[in-house]
Design a protein around this ligand. Sequence first.
Ligand code: AMP
Length: 190
Amino acid sequence: MNLILFGPPAAGKGTQAKRLVDGRGMVQLSTGDMLRAAVASGSALGKRVEGIMAEGGLVSDDIVIALIEERLTEAENAGGAIFDGFPRTLAQAEALDAMLKGRGSRIDMVIRLKVDDAALTDRIAGRFAESGRPDDNPESFKVRLTAYNDQTAPLLPYYEGQKKLTEVDGMGSIEVVAQAIDRALEPVDR
Ligand code: AMP
């Protein structure tokens, strides 16, 4: 099964993806984690994306599509991928569909974690101090939220058109949201 966890920054995608990995043995494909690893390693790619990420902007489609493509065999062998923070643009979504199709596979479900902007800003305020992420600060977070609303939210009709979109209330505790995700997955689990 291939699943996309969809939602704005700080919606809880990473937390919920990790729980699904533990419970189901699937592979979490987080382009944010991959890019942060590149920055930490000091690689040429890391140097290229560091500034854009710190400001909260999106890195280019080519870069993230290539990062995902490199990991698809591993995900296939594990029984599926949880895409976390990818796709973020229509070009990325189309590329993902094409890559999976080429492998005789597909996205089975897109779970949208619904949270409101005010709650996100509160949630992230708590994270600014602890996370150590250079993009967890009020200015960058605003840019990240704008990028989500302008470039990523338009993917919702794309997946709705494919009849793959399921909405889950992302405002509860980690455990309550986890249970809602499990319920949403029941039809594809069967
Ligand atoms: P995340 O951990 O998913 O919030 O991603 C952190 C940052 O990495 C984002 O603000 C972007 O700068 C970059 N990034 C992660 N995934 C993508 C993506 N799919 N497309 C473009 N930029 C991305």
